[in-house]
Ligand binder design. Sequence first.
Ligand SMILES: Cc1cc2nc3c(=O)[nH]c(=O)nc-3n(C[C@H](O)[C@H](O)[C@H](O)COP(=O)(O)OP(=O)(O)OC[C@H]3O[C@@H](n4cnc5c(N)ncnc54)[C@H](O)[C@@H]3O)c2cc1C
Length: 457
Amino acid sequence: MADTTFDLVILGSGSGGYAAALRASQLGMSVALIERDKLGGTCLHRGCIPTKALLHSAEVADTAKEAGNYGVQATFQGIDMTQVNKYRDSIVDKLYKGLTGLVSSKNITFVEGEGRMTGPKQVTVGTDVYEGKNLVLATGSISKTLGIEITGRVITSDQALQMDWVPKKVAILGGGVIGVEFASVWRSFGSEVVIIEGLDRLVPNEEPAISKALDRAYRKRGIESKLGNKFKAVTQTADEVTIELENGDKVTADILLVAVGRGPNATGFGYEEQGVHMERGWVLTNDRLETNLPGVYAVGDIVPGLQLAHRGFMHGIFVAEEIAGLGPMKVDEMGIPRVTYCEPEIASVGLTEDQAKEKFGAEGISTYEYNLAGNGKSNILGTAGVIKLIRQINGPVVGFHMIGSRAGEQIGEAQLIVNWEAYPEDVAPHIHAHPTMNEAIGEAHLALAGKPLHAHA
Ligand SMILES: Cc1cc2nc3c(=O)[nH]c(=O)nc-3n(C[C@H](O)[C@H](O)[C@H](O)COP(=O)(O)OP(=O)(O)OC[C@H]3O[C@@H](n4cnc5c(N)ncnc54)[C@H](O)[C@@H]3O)c2cc1C
């Protein structure tokens, strides 16, 4: 039985937890990092990395199918899921090995086992007690299921990532980020795909113009969307699964992916018993990520807001620096870049047009849409899409929204523009290399600054 005191005890070693551990150890703190599964959490093992590897296999499949259009003789013969999974696992394993090496090279005690909060700054694993001067709660999130039983042909992203076969027909409940990403993978792998979304558009958290463009692109790809349709019941046999919708429609498929969002994984670990303020399962914090208990912080997906790995990383860094007394800059939720890695990709940061109108008034903003049809590199790649910018009148760019192949790679500049509160007039004189997709950002800002080049004003 260990009874050990650390500067910082962290429960959960996903993006938020391990980032806090690494930064705290850089700052000279002793750290206990407690994990019941694998270092790296959802992002590395069941989220960002494995799904993006699948999406890359999907991109290669599309390239092979379309090779003839570019004068390259190639034939697409099918998907070898054993090799797809081998490739995906090799990426995860390599990153896992690297992260394990990084953590073990620091003053971080990695504790394997399920932890439970048993005191204001104390976690117990089995019979071992870990006492911290400070405690960080970082137990992440799990798939929501709307009460649908996850079994057999009804799966979440966790089981989807374990599949070693390509379904002929897939139904996806939920047109948010995870739903549209898996739709993209399976369509490229040759499946028939139907997305069922209760709201009236795909990716409902994005700017409506982006949802519209994705809808158009998905229709062109042969992905069917049933929008504004809520599910009523799900039944399955040994051979198929049937989803009945409230409007009476029925969809039958080999697999139903339930992708209706993720909820906090914060109950059953003693938080409430120790007096941590919680609401509908979420851990509540102030804007410095401290809970109502002094010295107890929460980071990542258990804190209400965007459930993204890079938000978790920044939460972790912030909390370590806060505890060290460095007074770090608050994590601004609106400044967090968002990328959806379907084909075509979506990249956005800042306010949507409606949010900007609410903040500055309808007369207080102006918008500009730059169509990628005017961008040389987009034509070369054969992608369609748009960049929509929102600016405050006589003020900075407050919203950036883009759709097109590889759009995610453009988010870096976009997030600097929005977060540094640049005016279009500040961006316009900076030269963007030709021919790149990045050039479209330059063109959109030139246009918004009143001097369009390859665009109609
Ligand atoms: C399919 C999918 C795709 C995604 N793609 C992206 C993407 O492309 N980009 C992006 O930014 N985000 C993506 N995400 C979201 C991203 O994975 C999460 O935002 C991120 O992992 C959150 O980090 P976290 O540290 O809060 O939690 P987690 O990564 O979930 O880590 C929590 C850890 O705590 C451990 N734990 C829980 N309870 C206990 C306990 N009692 N004792 C010990 N250990 C415990 C868990 O085992 C886990 O390892 C994706 C998620 C999914 C599911």
